[in-house]
Write a protein that binds this ligand. Structure first.
Ligand SMILES: [Zn+2]
Length: 450
């Protein structure tokens, strides 16, 4: 729906369309903090959420149209993923698909509400959003999305969508909205004279480890005095940023504002010998293992704060497979055309005045477009016969009209299946404000690829 994250409060809903898609939507904090009593207290909001969750999945609602070429062509023109398996019957017939298919990233497009159409009364998302609106959490400002594509859908198939509410996170009416400012929901580290060098390092993309100025012993976390010799004069070294998982925990509860649970937190044994804690974003609990080789990355929270985190290093780490960069000129036309091509009529994607009134700098790219661009970026690298199996897209800073969006990515794992090479890819879409899209994907490249 939109492209900003301010998850003081987040309701998570999942839908079923072609395969499986789920999204996490974040509500903006009350826009007016001028002493209005909210219609619902956090406890009442949680009670409403519990009641909706107990109802389970809504009645399935069919999309407006069957999967069809004209809508696909609009989407391809706007997004730019021109694989002939979507449009050329002859090419498609000779491909792994054996016939025309729809771009998998369009899964949600087929069941989007049209312009001016209201949600049905039984839609759990509608009931939840109404409750949040009445409580002062006006407007959905972000959705992340996790897609699993069991198969590509064919032209002529008619998709329907069922929606269920699976979680509600937060419900603490927060500070008056600073629109998209991510401050306030991140637990910030305390920066002391002893640790300032460390956080200055993460800002510069360095993992700095404290070292005793006298005996040379490394220590982490930083402290005022050497545990080995008692010297009070530390310096630091820059670690290579590689190591292996020494231990880890999976955080299921309690909810962490702005974080999707479960969350893997690893204690990593650096090649230099000391151990450093960090989140493993995008890594599922069943993927992590003790001894797993990892490499540092730095997560931008804002200009001041970058958090160290860990990603799997993978077998190709010696010669990392970099995906060719994709640069998108985010013109106003691109924002509008891609929003409409994904049947997203939310005004913040086409009405500049309204977007500004809502606290945005300009109109901004919608999530369904991000899903499409992620697919385009993957497909260009993996080839026309490749199958995108899974994408998990996290939204960071908004990408406004007038900006440039640059996608880059690496292969994190490759394995040979009976009939395909399976690649796991980690990618980012970066704009002038920072990381707009952080995503992981699974792509199968058939072995009989022509
Ligand atoms: Zn020492």
């Amino acid at each position: 729906m939109a492209g900003e994250v301010a998850p003081e409060l987040a309701a998570k809903a999942s839908g079923q369309a072609s395969g499986q898609a789920s999204g996490q939507a974040s509500g903006q904090a009350p826009a007016q903090a001028s002493g209005q009593a909210p219609a619902h207290t956090p406890d009442q909001i949680r009670a409403t959420a519990q009641r909706i969750m107990a109802l389970g999945e809504s009645t399935r609602r069919p999309g407006r149209d069957p999967v069809n070429l004209p809508i696909i062509e609009n989407w391809i023109e706007a997004i730019g993923d021109a694989n002939p398996v979507y449009t050329d019957p002859e090419y498609a017939a000779a491909s792994v698909h054996g016939g025309l298919v729809a771009p998998p990233a369009m899964a949600q497009v087929w069941t989007m509400m049209g312009l001016g159409q209201a949600r049905e009364s039984g839609d759990p998302t509608g009931v939840m959003v109404t409750t949040l609106d009445e409580a002062g959490y006006t407007g959905v400002v972000a959705t992340n999305s996790d897609h699993v594509y069991c198969r590509y859908v064919r032209h002529g198939e008619h998709l329907s969508v069922g929606v269920s509410l699976t979680d509600l996170i937060g419900a603490q009416p927060a500070q008056p909205a600073q629109a998209a400012a991510p401050d306030g929901y991140v637990m910030r580290p305390v920066v002391s004279p002893d640790t300032a060098f460390f956080w200055e390092g993460t800002r510069q993309g360095e993992l700095r480890i404290q070292q005793c100025g006298d005996c040379g012993a490394l220590r982490h976390p930083p402290g005022p005095m050497c545990m080995a010799c008692g010297s009070p004069s530390p310096k630091h070294v820059v670690a290579a940023g590689t190591g292996e998982v020494f231990s880890y925990v999976v955080h299921h509860h309690p909810p962490v504002p702005g974080k999707k649970l479960p969350l893997v937190i690893a204690l990593v044994q650096l090649d230099e010998g000391v151990r450093v804690l960090g989140e493993m974003p995008g890594v599922r609990p069943d993927e992590v293992r003790i001894g797993m080789p990892v490499r540092i990355e730095f997560l931008r929270i804002d200009d001041e704060l970058w958090l160290p985190a860990w990603r799997p290093a993978g077998p190709d780490e010696e010669r990392p497979a970099e995906l060719p960069q994709l640069v998108i000129d985010v013109s106003p036309t691109f924002v509008v055309a891609s929003a409409l091509a994904t049947r997203d009529f939310t005004p913040v994607h086409h009405d500049r005045e309204l977007a500004v009134a809502n606290g945005s700098k300009d109109i901004f790219v919608n999530i369904l477009t991000d899903n499409g661009l992620v697919q385009r970026f993957l497909s260009r690298w993996a080839g026309r016969q490749a199958l995108v199996r899974q994408t998990s897209v996290r939204l960071g800073v908004p990408c406004y009209a007038g900006d440039t969006l640059t996608f880059s990515g690496q292969v994190t794992e490759r394995k040979r299946l009976p009939d395909a090479d399976r690649y796991e890819v980690r990618l980012t879409g970066r704009c002038s404000l920072g990381d707009h899209v952080i995503a992981t994907a699974v792509v199968d490249v058939p072995l009989r690829q022509s």
